[in-house]
Ligand binder design. Structure first.
Ligand code: GUN
Length: 281
């Protein structure tokens, strides 16, 4: 079987080009979409994500600011900044990059963001509405994955899906989105037994555990669709996914590359949800 790449980068470029036109139209009406990203500390991966978000936002015409704060920032200092952003009418989207330093309660911070400006979909109001099937902002990574899969006309109905990873950001919302498309979903995590055997039954395998090249041919059923959410560095510092793509070549029907698969789609959905906040205004 010929394995096809699900090229998130290509779809992201196409979608962002169309977004630029929408933003130009909004600007003509005097509405400039504004996105503020808050980055606390020196986490290397977060710095890369934030730089990419800023670059892409700028490219589609979104006014993008990054507030960079030191590792030692206190919870109350961060809360004060968020209150200011909540009150600022030129800011339509607020994103606090995770993870936060350990002295800061992540959930308390996410709760403090005006949920109507929460472009990440992490506020409990958005998470709750999403769970209930109401309109809400969606977590960008799983939303981007679903958008990518749908663009390749991949069907979900009755398929067996396995999501490896149970984070609030990826695993849990991913499972829910797949279930909403009528897949039969299992979630695996660090306590799951016989992971290889379980994975080998899956028609759709989503891997989001942050272990470089964990998934190889032993985990993948013939013809499976494999989504790699991993962003790891190997010993030489090269960016690698959770899936050993070469090892599953000829086994999977589709696989997302790293880089160029899921990452660009996450950013695209962030921009999409920021623009939507202004269009709905
Ligand atoms: N850290 C890793 N991924 C994300 C994301 O999508 N949003 C935020 N805010 N933090 C992250």
């Amino acid at each position: 079987m010929q394995t096809q790449y699900l090229r998130g980068k290509d779809l992201a470029d196409k979608m962002q080009k169309a977004m630029k036109n929408r933003v130009d139209r909004l600007r003509e009406e005097g509405k400039v979409p504004g996105l503020t990203v808050v980055l606390v500390g020196e986490d290397k991966a977060s710095q890369v994500y934030v730089r990419n978000k800023e670059r892409r936002a700028h490219k589609v015409g979104i006014k993008s600011d990054v507030i960079r704060l030191p590792e030692t920032t206190s919870e109350s200092e961060l809360l004060t900044i968020i209150q200011t952003l909540n009150a600022d009418k030129s800011v339509h989207g607020i994103l606090v990059q995770l993870p936060l330093p350990k002295q800061i309660d992540e959930q308390k911070i996410l709760r403090s963001i005006d949920y109507e400006k929460d472009v990440d979909g992490f506020h409990p109001m958005n998470m709750g509405n999403f769970l209930l099937g109401n309109e809400s902002t969606l977590p960008c990574t799983p939303y981007g994955i679903m958008t990518l899969l749908k663009s390749y006309d991949i069907a979900f109905e009755g398929k067996k899906a396995l999501v490896i990873g149970r984070s609030n950001i990826v695993g849990k919302p991913m499972a829910l989105m797949l279930m909403n498309e009528n897949a039969t979903v299992t979630i695996a995590h660090s306590h799951t037994q016989n992971l290889k055997a379980l994975a080998k039954e899956a028609d759709i395998l989503v891997v989001a555990i942050g272990k470089g090249h964990l998934v190889d041919a032993d985990y993948v059923k013939q013809g499976a669709i494999v989504i790699d959410v991993g962003m790891n560095r190997d010993a030489a510092g090269k960016l690698i996914g959770d899936v050993n793509t070469e090892a599953i070549d000829g086994i999977a029907s589709y696989v997302t590359p790293v880089p160029g698969g899921v990452g660009p789609m996450t950013i695209t959905m962030l921009l999409e949800q920021t623009i939507q906040k202004v269009e709905k205004d």
